[in-house]
Design a protein around this ligand. Structure first.
Ligand code: FAD
Length: 564
């Protein structure tokens, strides 16, 4: 059951207390409560997702990117790699990509646990995924490979409806015209993502599918042993003691309505507060770098310098072109009549353009020869892993204009470019002993030369892609002409326009059992502590070469298995 008020809870002692009801936390809560003998409390700082139209209607995703009451509204510190700009760090764009098999095989290698390898994780991707037909029920043959999908999981994944057929035709045609550079990939979620293919999204029946709508869906949330308390912000772990040389905590302290409460965990505390929340909680609980904690007047219970370090995020920037077509996103979003029609259609049947966003395809490529000829070490996890991602998108042209020069209201399309294996690292730290103060987020963007080089070579490669013959009568002009810029000018363009793809990971990274760095062991238990586990995106040791929710779901599905 979901509770809004702590006084309605039947008690404050549970077998498992999970901090954070986000992507990972709700998976763990669902799986643990399959056992009727376990009682579980999820403490979530946020509010209910019920009836939040911007969260339900896929097309409205953009509305959640500006500060709003459903987000923490964090921002990074000024980023030297972005010429001193800071970027918003809101709390999901529904894109479903798993990354490459190499990514997970690297997880297995650095943790010394083969359980994190692609082959061993694939069943957990399947436990999570409920493959669902697109809302327009179009013929999906040739758009994905059923061998790599499961229809029996919990969270819906689908191809999107054919909302933008003209743009889609050109994208697919470009791949046919440049088969060596941009080969068609039937299914980028097979473990081998290289190439260009159709986008898959966590959408079911034209609505966003999240861990809240799926793992806490009506058939699960009625379980008597599953309680979720909203508006409950956990401030720290409490009741520390030592058992068998390991630190342990009796429970967590949380705030609701200005008062503080303690929830007791009889078996385990699970931190699923995300890549920002989890290291913040550890630090405020005295787990982290002893010197930094002492400076803040926090007594150290466990000296674990890696807490909050290794923060890794994907920088993204866009190229845009004005086009000779009225079949673009702005033709709906900027036209009140068409907007109302599309919303009415979505309200009637959950179909039409509002059943998805503006992205139609993704492409994944390597830059082997470019990196080698400049003596850069390959930052990817292996030969089947991409260095860059390209998102073929119908953007909000007027918003795009703000960053890349202006479309004067003309229809446009864009290519979002992502640097997938950043070598730069940032951090999540705290600068006060007050757990309710915002943490300090430094994404560490573009600090490393190879990251900027990758972005620059990506631009050159994508400019060539958009010169394929198919675009000739469709593209009018680039929004910003980058064709004749020097390498230095391209680097400057990247530093001035790059932003976050919101994929911060790694701030409580897992490492091998005997490694002297890292925060959790391969069973996701905090090193040096007992009965304290971390299950969320903060445990990734490296970024995956894809969007992070699928990986987070798989880690959470396997994470729950580690209790057995
Ligand atoms: C704007 C945006 C767009 C994205 N788009 C995509 C996409 O298209 N595809 C994709 O694969 N991934 C996407 N992601 C990334 C993906 O959402 C995350 O990687 C994933 O949600 C991480 O899961 P998590 O469980 O680690 O953290 P979260 O899902 O963030 O869950 C953490 C939860 O803990 C709660 N919490 C934090 N601190 C406390 C506290 N002290 N007390 C109580 N509760 C607390 C938070 O409110 C939150 O609900 C996007 C992310 C953002 C922000």
């Amino acid at each position: 059951k979901v509770y809004e008020d702590v006084t309605q809870l039947p008690g404050l002692s549970y077998d498992f207390v999970i901090v954070g009801g986000g992507t990972a936390g709700n998976v763990v809560a669902n799986r643990l409560t399959e056992n009727p003998n376990f009682s579980v409390l999820v403490l979530e700082a946020g509010v209910s997702n019920e009836g939040v139209i911007d969260s339900i209607v896929p097309f409205f995703f953009q509305n959640l990117l500006t500060p709003n009451i459903y987000e923490w509204n964090y921002t990074t510190v000024p980023q030297p790699g972005l010429n001193g700009r800071n970027v918003g760090n809101p709390r999901d764009g529904m894109v479903y990509t798993r990354g490459s098999a190499d990514d997970y095989d690297r997880f297995a290698e650095v943790t010394g646990d083969a359980g994190w390898s692609w082959d061993r994780l694939l069943p957990y991707f399947f436990k999570n995924e409920k493959w669902t037909p697109p809302v327009d029920h179009h013929d999906t043959r040739g758009q994905y490979n059923p061998a790599f999908h499961s229809t029996n999981g919990i969270n819906s994944v689908s191809l999107t409806a054919s909302n933008w057929p003209i743009f889609s035709r050109h994208v697919i045609e470009a791949s046919k015209e440049l088969p060596d550079e941009w080969p068609f990939n039937l299914d980028m979620n097979s473990g081998k993502p290289l190439g260009l293919g159709w986008l898959q999204m966590t959408i079911g029946g034209g609505m966003r599918s999240t861990s809240a709508t799926s793992y806490l869906g009506p058939e699960f949330i009625r379980r008597k042993n599953l309680h979720v308390l909203l508006r409950a912000q956990v401030s720290k772990l409490v009741g520390s003691s030592h058992a068998n040389g390991k630190l342990t905590f009796a429970g967590v302290q949380f705030a609701q309505g200005g008062a503080l409460f303690t929830a007791k965990a009889v078996k385990e505390i699970i931190l699923s507060a995300g890549s920002v929340g989890t290291p913040g909680l550890l630090l405020h609980s005295g787990i982290g770098d002893q010197r930094a904690l002492t400076d803040l007047g926090i007594s150290t219970l466990l000296d674990l310098p890696s807490v909050g370090r290794n923060a890794t995020d994907h920088p993204v920037f866009s190229l845009g072109w004005t086009v000779n077509s009225n079949q673009t996103l702005d033709s709906i979003s900027q036209n009140a009549t068409r907007f109302d029609e599309a919303f009415a259609q979505w309200n009637r049947s959950h179909t039409g353009p509002f059943s998805a966003g503006g992205t139609t395809h993704l492409a994944w490529a390597r830059l082997d020869s470019q990196l080698a000829s400049n003596n850069f070490t390959d930052p990817s996890a292996g030969p089947n892993s991409p260095h860059i991602e390209v998102a073929f998108t119908m953007p909000h042209c007027l918003k795009l204009a703000g960053s890349t020069g202006g479309t004067a209201g003309q229809p446009c399309v864009s290519a979002g470019i992502v640097v997938l294996n950043p070598v730069s690292r940032g951090s999540v730290t705290i600068n006060s002993s007050n757990p309710f103060d915002s943490p300090i987020i430094d994404a560490g963007f573009l600090q490393s030369d190879v990251d900027v080089f990758t972005g620059r070579e990506a631009i050159k490669k994508v400019l060539k892609l958009f010169k394929a013959p198919t675009w000739r009568d469709y593209i009018i002009a680039p929004i910003e002409d980058l064709e004749n810029l020097s390498d230095e000018e391209l680097d400057e363009h990247i530093r001035n326009s790059a932003s976050t793809f919101f994929y911060l990971i790694g701030t409580a990274a897992m490492s091998a059992r005997d490694a002297r760095y890292g925060v959790v062991d391969p069973d996701l238990l905090v090193k040096g502590a007992s009965r304290l586990r971390i299950i969320d995106a903060s445990v990734f040791p490296f970024a995956v070469s894809g969007h992070t929710q699928a990986a987070t779901y798989a880690i959470a599905e396997r994470g729950e298995f580690l209790f057995l």
